[in-house]
Design a protein around this ligand. Structure first.
Ligand code: AMP
Length: 117
């Protein structure tokens, strides 16, 4: 069982923002922006590459609801997912990072590989 499976089952606590039968949103334990939420499917998928396209519609609606719930739907936010080794993915359970609450810099990319956010 991965760490996010344990959050879904309640074995490990999380600071939850929103959930429904299929998805869960909670605060990142090590925030990289004033608002940093992780959004996951409750079912285990290793990363985006193995996530069924048929579930992306529902995931999209849920993410939009999370953005409203944390008050960044009007001010804007960044949404990203790390997928696989070269991305630096650490937790092998699909998660989207929703970052906001400030004017986010865009310094990532091949010229500055250490700066993700
Ligand atoms: P990634 O590098 O995309 O796999 O991101 C994993 C994220 O999970 C990191 O931002 C961590 O801070 C976060 N994280 C790891 N364990 C927990 C936890 N128990 N509760 C909340 N966030 C976590």
């Amino acid at each position: 069982m991965c760490i996010f499976d344990k959050i879904v089952s309640g074995e490990i606590p999380a600071n939850k923002v929103l959930e429904n039968d299929d998805f869960l949103a909670f605060h990142d334990i090590n925030p990289k922006a004033p608002i940093h939420i992780l959004i996951i499917p409750k079912a285990h998928f290793e990363n985006f590459q193995t996530f069924p396209a048929s579930q992306m519609g529902a995931m999209t609606e849920f993410i939009q609801q999370v953005a409203i719930a944390v008050g960044v739907d009007k001010t804007g936010y960044r949404l990203l997912t790390n997928c696989g080794e070269n991305s630096g993915q650490e937790v092998m359970h699909l998660h989207f990072h929703l970052l906001g609450g400030t004017n986010l810099k865009w310094t990532g990319g091949e010229n500055n590989p250490q700066e993700t956010f």
